[in-house]
Design a protein around this ligand. Structure first.
Ligand SMILES: Cc1cc2nc3c(=O)[nH]c(=O)nc-3n(C[C@H](O)[C@H](O)[C@H](O)COP(=O)(O)OP(=O)(O)OC[C@H]3O[C@@H](n4cnc5c(N)ncnc54)[C@H](O)[C@@H]3O)c2cc1C
Ligand SMILES: *[C@@H]1O[C@H](CO)[C@@H](O)[C@H](O)[C@H]1NC(C)=O
Ligand SMILES: *[C@@H]1O[C@H](CO)[C@@H](O)[C@H](O)[C@H]1NC(C)=O
Ligand SMILES: *[C@@H]1O[C@H](CO)[C@@H](O)[C@H](O)[C@H]1NC(C)=O
Ligand SMILES: *[C@@H]1O[C@H](CO)[C@@H](O)[C@H](O)[C@H]1NC(C)=O
Ligand SMILES: *[C@@H]1O[C@H](CO)[C@@H](O)[C@H](O)[C@H]1NC(C)=O
Length: 529
């Protein structure tokens, strides 16, 4: 959704204002009264445009259009009110009033949370949707930018490219992902081997804490600043308003390729070989693998070797010939383009498509999905890979594995630099995903059972003690706070989990910012750790 659409939305909000006010419930009235009495507060008129109750005709539209997993569309755990703030004082007031009235809040930036935690909650809650807080200010003289959390990756990439041909930002591939959630969990994409994570580039931030105080890095202190850069800032420590990030240098011309292979053409051997080299390649070269079933027959399983090279074809071909000759890459398989066009390419568009497509916040085609993740430390034997293909063909819906190589810069950053701990020693990350279009609980259960079986099969080939997982590929099967288990925390954060709990206990001792997988208070961690 572009800027025009947002203005249109604001106009509609105005139009529905009065009707929504008429039908409000007692708790909504109390919340409204509280909000209107807050310092620096709103006119009644403005309040109506910024708060949507469930009787508002826009409520469902705003709730559903920015969420990415239709699996949750029929949830009964919907917000009492949706707030679409334009500035920090509204958020400060909402935190104050939610605490006063015993309500929870959920913060949503891009709405991509795999388990819907940014817009679902079991107890009455206010959802703060940050999509209107999406300004981006780039400063080329010191190669930094201030980006509000509600901005998307696509908006950031687009804005950078408008101002410079030689700057970029190392973050995820999907343009509609929000910077609020993405950086709060790490964030990696096609430049991870050269520059590391999105969270590694953060040099300052604005955060509103549980007492409504607005902190920058200096005011929040280094502990809290450490925690929010990948430690599930999302729903644990406060509301991040904006990040100050370092931009990175990209060459004016980069190269992409996507080589498809089938099992018959030796996909297994190629993937097997890829495991030994992908993390050791020149750091300008990123080659990921996507293996997918394409509908239930072994001959339909494909593996794609999908690559970004930070340089021209001339340099790439000899490099590939030297390090991965088995793939047989030739110049005709390659496309040279600008970095921003490569962002469009990895988002699934073609070279000539308009860059403005990166600004779309709303994905028109969405399937329900369930995902899980692993980190691989030793190459997986060929026989085990063959077992994976067998599993893939058992599933009739779209099932895939996305394997993202690490190494390079990731090996140079210590495990405790930011809360994301999966650095040196990890060859690659696997994301398992199944996507389906049928509705209903029965279908969900069937597909989820399938992915659980695949995940079980993989146990002996991936990291162990803990079996690590990537926080941004959120998976509630790993455990939740409700069950008072903390195993999930060690899987996402390893040795950093305890420090996160210490910081949490200091900055939010009443555990106001909480969800199924928010950082718990120290008192609920096992004492032996
Ligand atoms: C289609 C798709 C593609 C993806 N591709 C990649 C990829 O290439 N690389 C990668 O690393 N990840 C990828 N992801 C995962 C993505 O990084 C995470 O889902 C991320 O958390 C999404 O951020 P969001 O703001 O869009 O989500 P949201 O659902 O808005 O938020 C996620 C979590 O963060 C919290 N949160 C959000 N904003 C704030 C804030 N401002 N302050 C405090 N808490 C906040 C929410 O409450 C929630 O708990 C992808 C996800 C999808 C659905
Ligand atoms: C925030 O927005 C409200 C409503 O427009 C306005 O009354 C208030 O002055 C604004 N506060 C700041 C700090 O900009
Ligand atoms: C951009 O960065 C330079 C160098 O740090 C600084 O002097 C300048 O004030 C910044 N510009 C803006 C608009 O913040
Ligand atoms: C690839 O390497 C081989 C042997 O190292 C060499 O003979 C051949 O010319 C190279 N091909 C290209 C396209 O660089
Ligand atoms: C939601 O419920 C409606 C009505 O029961 C049903 O038609 C629809 O298929 C459901 N959607 C999903 C995604 O389960
Ligand atoms: C959770 O478990 C820890 C130890 O594992 C225990 O000390 C704590 O009291 C438990 N908390 C709750 C709320 O049950």
């Amino acid at each position: 959704m572009g800027c025009l659409a947002l203005y249109y939305l604001a106009l509609l909000l105005l139009l529905v204002a009065l009707s929504s006010w008429a039908a409000s419930t007692p708790i909504e009235k109390s919340f409204r009264g509280c909000m209107l009495s807050q310092p620096g507060s709103y006119s009644q008129e403005y309040y109506e445009t910024a708060m949507l109750s469930s009787t508002s005709s826009l409520y469902s539209q705003v709730l559903d259009s920015f969420q990415q997993n239709p699996r949750w569309l029929n949830s009964t755990r919907k917000p009492l009110l949706i707030m679409t703030p334009l500035n920090e004082s509204e958020i400060q007031a909402a935190i104050f009033c939610s605490r006063k009235l015993g309500l929870q809040i959920r913060v949503r930036s891009g709405g991509h949370d795999y388990e819907g935690l940014s817009y679902l909650c079991e107890t009455p809650f206010i959802m703060i949707d940050l999509s209107r807080l999406n300004s981006i200010q780039i400063n080329l003289s010191d190669e930094t930018a201030w980006v509000q959390s509600g901005a998307t990756l696509g908006e950031l990439y687009y804005k950078i490219a408008k101002e410079s041909q030689i700057h970029g930002f190392p973050a995820g591939l999907c343009p509609s992902v929000g910077l609020g959630g993405h950086i709060s969990g790490g964030g990696f994409g096609t430049m991870v081997r050269k520059y590391g994570l999105a969270a590694d580039q953060v040099i300052d931030a604005f955060l509103i804490d549980v007492n409504g105080r607005l902190f920058d890095r200096e005011k929040m202190g280094e502990d809290l600043f450490w925690a929010i850069r990948g430690g599930g800032g999302g729903g644990s420590f406060g509301v991040v308003l904006a990040w100050k990030i370092r931009l990175v240098r990209v060459p004016p011309i980069v190269t992409v390729f996507n080589i498809h292979t089938t099992l018959k053409e030796g996909a297994s051997e190629l993937i097997h070989k890829w495991q030994y080299i992908a993390h050791k390649l020149h750091e300008d070269l990123f080659i990921r693998v996507i293996a997918q079933n394409n509908g239930g027959k072994p001959e339909r399983v494909t593996a794609s070797f999908n690559s970004l090279f930070l340089g021209g074809v001339d340099r790439l071909i000899p490099l590939m010939n030297e390090s991965f000759p088995e793939l047989g890459l030739q110049a005709k398989d390659c496309i040279e383009l600008s970095w921003i066009q490569s962002a469009l390419y990895f988002a699934g568009y073609q070279k000539g498509d308009p860059l403005e497509l990166l600004l779309d916040r709303i994905t028109t085609y969405k399937s329900s999905f369930k995902a899980k993740s692993d980190f691989v430390k030793e190459p997986i034997p060929k026989t085990a890979l063959e077992g994976v293909w067998k599993r893939l063909v058992e599933e009739e819906a779209l099932a895939l594995l996305i394997m993202d190589p690490f190494g390079g810069k990731m090996d140079e950053i210590s495990e405790s630099e930011v809360p994301f701990p999966h650095r040196k020693g990890n060859l690659y990350n696997i994301q398992y995903m199944v996507k389906w279009d049928e509705n209903g609980i029965g279908a969900s259960k069937r597909h989820i059972r399938w992915i659980i079986r695949l995940y079980r099969d993989m146990a002996s080939y991936v990291s162990s003690s803990p079996r690590a997982a990537y926080f941004n590929y959120r998976d509630l099967d790993l455990g939740t706070n409700k069950l008072n288990t903390s195993a999930w925390g060690f899987k996402y954060f390893k040795g950093n989990f305890k420090r996160l709990a210490q910081i949490k206990t200091k900055v939010d001792p009443q555990n106001f910012f909480s969800n199924e997988q928010s950082i718990p208070l120290l008192s609920s961690l096992p004492t032996s750790t």
